[in-house]
Design a protein around this ligand. Sequence first.
Ligand SMILES: Nc1ncnc2c1ncn2[C@@H]1O[C@H](COP(=O)(O)OP(=O)(O)OP(=O)(O)O)[C@@H](O)[C@H]1O
Length: 350
Amino acid sequence: MKRLQVRGLRKSFGTTPVLRGVDLDVPSGALAAVLGPSGCGKTTLLRVVAGFEGADAGEVRVGSRVVTGPGVAVPPERRRVGIVPQEGALFPHLSVAENVAFGLPRRGAGARRRSARVAELLELVGLADLAARMPAELSGGQQQRVALARALAPDPDVVLLDEPFSALDAGLRAALREDVRAALQATGATGVLVTHDQEEALSMADVVAVMRAGVVVQQAAPRDLYLAPADLDVATFVGEAVVLPARVEEGVATTALGRLALLRGPVGDGGTGRVVLRPEQLHLVRAGRGGVRATVIGSTFYGHDASVRLEVPGPDGERLPVLCRTQGPLPEVDEVGVIVAGPVSFFADA
Ligand SMILES: Nc1ncnc2c1ncn2[C@@H]1O[C@H](COP(=O)(O)OP(=O)(O)OP(=O)(O)O)[C@@H](O)[C@H]1O
C-alpha cells in the first residue's frame, strides 16, 4: 500500500503534446478516478505510470520511490504496478488459473505459494469455480474479473484500471464496480481508474481528477467536485447542470430563477457571469403557489425519477432552458413554479 504521486508530467508524441504537466496525488490505499473526454490523455498517463511509455519531463513516485523521472525509468515489471486493460487482454491459450498465475514467481519458495495465491485471488473476484475455464468460455464481465485477479496476484502497490467496464452492459457494470472496489480494498492496493463516465467516477472513487487537454484541471473528493467545480467546463462535465446568466450584488446572484445564495465567498459587486445549479436543487410547485413561473416544454420518465424540461424568461426577454429532476408526478400543465434549494456556484465572465 503506497501513495502515488505524479508531478509535472509531460509527454509528446512527435510534435503533439499529449500530457502537458499532469499533477495527481492518490493517497495510500485510495481509489482515484481520472475522468476526462476522449483524447485528453488518460490512457497515456496510465501508460507512463505503468512504465510502458517514458516521460519528457516530470516525475512519478510510488511511495518514496521515483519510478519515472529525470534519468530514471524503472522497467514496468519492477514498479510493483499492476494494470487492468480495457478488454480482451487475457492470454487466450491459458486457462483462468494460468492467466492469474502469469505474473507470479515460477521458481523457488514463491512458486510453492503460487496455486494458493491463485485460489485466493479467484475467490476474491468471485470466480473460484472457473479456474480451469479458457478465456473464450467466459462472459465479458468474468474476463474483466480474471484480468483484475491477474493484476492483483503479485500484490502490487498500485493498480491501474483503464476503462475496465467499457464493454459491459449497464447492469453488469454496476455489479462489477462494487466488486472491483471491494477487491481493491481487500488487498489494500492504491488504485487509479480511468473513465469517461462521470457517474462511474463519482460513485466509485475516493478522489476524482478531471483531465482536460493533457492537464488535471481539478482533483477533489466526488462530493466537493460536484458541488464546487473549479470552472464552468468541470461543472457541466461532472453532471447535469443548469447554467444561467447572473449578476452579483451584495453577495447574492440575481438570475432568471430569482436571487440565489452563492456557494463560495463574496464576489465583487456588479460582477456578471454564470451560475450553475444541479437539477435536483430545483423543486416544482403549482403555478401561482410561489417560486419563479416556468413553461413546461417536456418530460422524460426514467423509472427511479424523471426529468422535466422547462423554460424561464431571461433578462433580455430570451427563453432560457432549465432542467429539473422530480420523483413526484409529472406536470400535466403548461406552467409551474420553480423553487431553488441550496447555494449555487458562480463563475465570473472572463
Ligand atoms: N503512441 C502514440 N503515438 C501518437 N499519438 C498517440 C499515441 N498514443 C496516443 N496518442 C494520441 O494522444 C492523444 C491522447 O490519447 P489517449 O489514448 O491518452 O487519450 P484518452 O484520454 O485515453 O482517450 P480515450 O478516452 O478515447 O481512450 C490522442 O490524440 C492520441 O491520438
